[in-house]
Design a protein around this ligand. Structure first.
Ligand code: ADP
Ligand code: MG
Length: 193
């Protein structure tokens, strides 16, 4: 069930022309930057966009955070345990290389691990979402294992195109909801938290 939804949304998303992805990503950033949870956050974890899948671009967010002198953290996937290491990003050009799933990840020598409890805000990736905040990821459950390691007060937000919102994500016992979802059309305060 999750698999079918995941594949169909990815397929639909791939049809978006590049300019539309850019435009919608910017609209999403413009909503995000006005939120309290973004403005107040000092330590922010954000993934690096998977460009070949037309994901909402996190580039405007990363640029803005560097401009504001905030501390930025990126995930590093550990294939064996399916865990995420949180690593501080200091230099967007020099710190990263292509890692698992074709995602840009910190290099060994530029991995600067921190405890997830220091994070004020985590941007959570995903393929499909519902208004409760439940999500379908890429199918490996990395964020389901990771989110329980955050402090209760850490804000979690997923950024997605409006077409990635579905009525109801089929969930299982291990699925963890995010607190907010932002699309190019709206900010949703999720109901499951
Ligand atoms: N907290 C967890 N502990 C152990 N296994 C987990 C946990 N969360 C997810 N998994 C496993 O990860 C796999 C993928 O989870 P799923 O929710 O289907 O993927 P995704 O969230 O990436 O869409 C499942 O087989 C699930 O059993
Ligand atoms: Mg899941």
């Amino acid at each position: 069930m999750k698999k079918e939804i995941r594949e169909s949304i990815i397929q639909e998303k791939m049809k978006f022309p590049e300019v539309l992805v850019k435009e919608k990503s910017l609209a999403i950033f413009n909503i995000l930057k006005e939120t309290d949870f973004y403005r107040k956050a000092d330590n922010i974890m954000v993934y690096i966009t998977l460009e070949n899948e037309n994901e909402v671009s996190t580039e405007p967010i990363i640029d803005d955070l560097f401009d504001r002198g905030k501390r930025i953290f990126v995930p590093l996937t550990v294939h064996k345990t399916k865990a995420l290491i949180v690593s501080e990003l200091k230099d967007l050009e020099k710190d990263l290389k292509v890692g698992n799933f074709g995602v840009m990840e910190p290099k060994k020598e530029t991995t600067r691990p921190v405890d997830p409890s220091i994070l004020d805000l985590v941007i959570v990736p995903g393929v499909a979402f519902d208004k409760r905040g439940f999500r379908i990821g890429h199918g490996a459950g990395y964020y389901d294992r990771f989110l329980p390691r955050l402090s209760e007060k850490t804000a979690t937000v997923s950024i997605a195109f409006d077409m990635q919102l579905i009525d109801e994500v089929p969930i299982c016992c291990h699925d963890i909801a995010v607190k907010y979802i932002i699309t190019e059309k709206r900010l949703i305060k999720c109901t499951n938290v």
